[in-house]
Ligand binder design. Structure first.
Ligand SMILES: O=C(O)CCC(=O)C(=O)O
Length: 259
């Protein structure tokens, strides 16, 4: 990408609170990530209690393991991911968008199986996080499948990053949070993506995705960045998005299994 294209990306991000990033992975690279992703989904790569159902506020359909599978910290659970190109490319984009001091805060997988039909509730990521003096943050959502309206491409609300954080309440199962918003909200914009393309949003940007009502999977790899000093501050307060506790449990389970 050229210098002016990066500048433009940063301007759109500042103005709207989100921006499409363009392609971050080639078709061949997408295949490699899909292979690893499916090993996580099948359980071949153990994710311990880092795996949860982001859609557990809705009863599960027969034969569906989770409504929305969320796996935190794939790069810590399976280190070879860090030798693949996405982390360095997404880091370069994050630095263009929020500054040269950006580092990876955490990564995650969010998957919507066919016909699960459960929307990701409207929320602002900052409502999940501890308060920090420097609120710069960016989340880069990378599609590994064609992401369209009916399988749950992301929606963002333009300009919502400049408004105060909305009140959030727990979802009905108490495991996640949601806020009042809808696709009719002024500025609400769907961002369909092709496999390998990304979209970036800030920590205060309202977002959501529809449920997957199609025959195909919707796999996304998500990388979150914030200033290195703020990550240190988070960690000092014990906020690591589940890294230590869960990695320790998986390591212990592997040791128990004789690995
Ligand atoms: O993939 C989704 O449906 C939701 C993603 C999300 O909430 C996020 O990336 O912060």
């Amino acid at each position: 990408m050229t210098v002016s294209a990066h500048l433009e990306l940063a301007q759109v991000f500042q103005q709207d609170g989100f921006t499409a990033t363009g392609p971050l992975l080639s078709a061949d690279e997408v295949e490699v990530y899909r292979g690893i992703y499916d090993r996580f989904l099948s359980g071949e790569i153990d994710s311990g209690d880092k795996r949860s159902d982001l859609g557990s506020h809705v009863p599960r359909r027969d034969g569906v393991r989770e409504n929305i599978t969320q796996i935190m910290w794939p790069s810590a659970l399976h280190r070879p991911i860090l030798d693949l190109p996405l982390h360095s490319r997404a880091l370069a984009v994050a630095r263009e968008l929020i500054g040269d001091d950006a580092e990876l805060d955490f990564d995650m997988l969010i998957h919507k199986a066919p016909h699960t039909g459960v929307p990701t509730p409207w929320h602002q990521d900052a409502a999940y996080w501890i308060d920090l003096p420097d609120t710069r943050a960016v989340s880069i959502w990378v599609a590994l499948d064609e992401a369209v309206l009916d399988n749950g491409c992301m929606w963002y609300v333009k300009g919502s990053h400049q408004q105060p954080l909305r009140p959030h309440r727990p979802t009905s199962d108490g495991k996640n949070i949601e806020t009042d918003c809808s696709e009719d909200e002024p500025g609400a914009t769907a961002v369909p993506l092709s496999p390998g393309e990304g979209a970036a949003h800030g920590g205060h940007t309202l977002h959501y995705s529809r449920g997957n009502t199609t025959d195909t999977v919707r796999r996304a790899y998500i990388l979150n960045y914030r200033p290195a000093a703020m990550i240190r501050l988070e960690r000092a307060q014990g906020a690591d998005h589940g890294l230590e506790e869960n990695v320790r449990k998986v390591r212990n389970a592997n040791a128990d299994a004789g690995e």
